[in-house]
Design a protein around this ligand. Structure first.
Ligand code: C2E
Ligand code: CA
Ligand code: CA
Length: 484
């Protein structure tokens, strides 16, 4: 029993009385109200909890801008799909070339709406059973099964090629260029992030292409790219660990068979991969700019050798060092050269800078300025690989070079026409006071021909292959013989 007395509660009345009055409420009603209050408050707490959990889930799994799953969810879903399915899958990567313009000119809000629109298109590619997500900024990823790759490529192209968007609240239409990379999943145990990396590499190939919107990453390209990534990852350590080693190939005078010079050629001697030839890494280093460091490293090694020899009174011959075209873009290049020569006290006559013919034709004006400055400062210049590019003969007139190196490919062509051209180049160069070196000399016949036409210097396996510096020095000192 319970009843209220005044504002209080009595536990022994049958009715509940309001304060000072005689209103009695049956006890079962009180009980019902209490139960209802408890049930309702529990329900509201549960509802709030659910709401909070949903918000947390959304925050962790949904991309705010597109409303689709985010990258974390994509990875989870992709792992589940690959585990339980035996379909053929591709991972696609989409990147918009000129998206920054929208953010910069029309504001973030417009940018977000455009991203949502592109996300819808990517989503259309994968429905009904594929998955997609925005990774970050204007990058999207998708995974979808396919029966025929050609049809899939076509579908991607039709959904993304006409990405003509209207900027919200303006009448402006912008045509976005979407670049898509596709990676075919071979090994379902491969890490999803690696698959996405490969698809993104393929997207980069599309980005660099004017005509191609979709690139399917082929196995060979994929392994080259992975290999390039490995090299890029290791190159700095390799340089500080002295894994780049200068080899020198002797240059032989046709007149008396003596060593009149040498060309420094880099080798990468890696503890894991053994000796790696320059063709495997120089082109990549030219792309990422690291070649400038390797070139200066080689120059320092050569300067150190020349200085050590001259300190003990030994004969020196000019050593050629290869210089990449990339140096043209470095405003401090000449200052760095001056500092290196000063550091070792090297006579400028003792180094010849080899620049490939294609470097002259690609950036003619900049190259002419650079070469003229170098020449004024007293440096010696050689035009390498002459004959395999398209330099005009007038270039020989414009550029104050000291030496011309005829490319091996020219010599390999034994036709009378080719031989006539070599003979004419030799005469022309001599007429201009330029010395001629023929590269890749391998046979008796070539030696006879070159000697006959008055070529000055030979470089090739016929005489000697590139060798470690020590061996070159022994040969120069007459302690090791040139093979012929
Ligand atoms: P390159 O400057 O034209 O060097 C000549 C290449 O021809 C060398 O290859 C040399 O080993 C090879 N060679 C010489 N004689 C013969 C021959 O009789 N027969 C054949 N088949 N080949 C011969 P290597 O050392 O593999 O160098 C390849 C290229 O790598 C060089 O071509 C040069 O463009 C580049 N390179 C090498 N070292 C450096 C460097 O320190 N810096 C830069 N920027 N490039 C370098
Ligand atoms: Ca060279
Ligand atoms: Ca060459």
């Amino acid at each position: 029993m319970m009843f209220f007395t005044g504002a209080g509660v009595s536990l022994n009345g049958k009715f509940i009385a309001a304060a000072g009055g005689g209103i009695y409420i049956p006890a079962f009603l009180v009980l019902l109200i209490v139960i209802m209050v408890v049930v309702l408050s529990s329900y509201f707490i549960w509802l709030a909890n659910r709401h909070m959990k949903k918000a947390i889930f959304q925050h962790a799994n949904i991309d705010d801008i597109t409303g689709y799953g985010n990258y974390a969810k994509f990875v989870d879903d992709a792992n589940i799909m690959l585990k339980y399915d035996d379909m053929h899958y591709v991972v696609g990567y989409v990147d918009i070339s000129n998206f920054k313009i929208i953010n910069d000119f029309y504001g973030r809000k417009s940018g977000d709406l455009v991203l949502k629109m592109i996300a819808d298109r990517v989503h259309d590619i994968v429905v009904p059973d594929g998955i997609c997500a925005r990774i970050f900024a204007d990058r999207f990823v998708f995974m979808v099964s396919y029966l025929d790759l050609g049809s899939l490529e076509y579908m991607v192209e039709t959904h993304l090629s006409e990405a003509d968007v209207e900027i919200p609240q303006t009448n402006v239409h912008i045509r976005l260029k979407c670049n898509c990379g596709i990676y075919r999943v071979d090994d379902y145990r491969e890490n999803i992030n690696d698959m996405v990396d490969k698809a993104s590499m393929a997207a980069k190939i599309s980005k660099n292409s004017v005509s191609k919107m979709v690139t399917v990453l082929e196995k060979e390209i994929s392994s080259t790219i992975v290999n390039n990534q490995k090299i890029t990852y290791k190159m700095n350590d390799a340089l500080s660990n002295q894994e780049f080693v200068p080899y020198i190939q002797p240059k032989i005078s046709f007149r008396d068979g003596r060593i009149v010079g040498g060309e420094a050629l880099v080798r990468w001697i890696s503890p894991e991969d053994g000796m790696i030839p320059p063709d495997k890494f120089i082109p990549l280093f030219e792309q990422n700019g690291f070649v400038t460091k390797v070139d200066f490293y080689m120059l320092e090694k050569v300067c150190a050798m020349l200085k050590a020899r001259s300190d003990i009174g030994k004969r020196n011959v000019p050593i050629s060092v290869n210089q990449s075209r990339v140096h043209i873009y470095d405003k401090m290049y000449i200052n760095k050269l001056i500092n290196t020569f000063d550091k070792y006290g090297i006579d400028k006559e003792n180094i010849i800078f080899e620049l490939t013919e294609s470097a002259f034709t690609e950036n003619t004006d900049d190259m002419i300025v650079l070469i003229k400055r170098m020449k004024t400062l007293g440096y010696r210049i050689s035009m390498d690989d002459f004959g395999c590019g398209y330099s005009s003969l007038n270039m020989l007139n414009l550029l104050p070079i000291n030496e011309l190196k005829i490319d091996k490919a020219f010599l390999d062509d034994e036709s009378p026409k080719s031989r006539f051209i070599i003979k004419t180049i030799v005469e022309l160069a001599h007429g201009l006071g330029i010395s001629i070196v023929c590269e890749g000399v391998e046979t008796d016949e070539q030696v006879r021909f070159l000697r006959h036409i008055g070529c000055d210097v030979a470089q090739g396996y016929y005489y000697a292959k590139p060798m470690p510096m020590n061996d070159f020095e022994k040969m120069l000192d007459g302690r090791m013989s040139v093979t012929k």
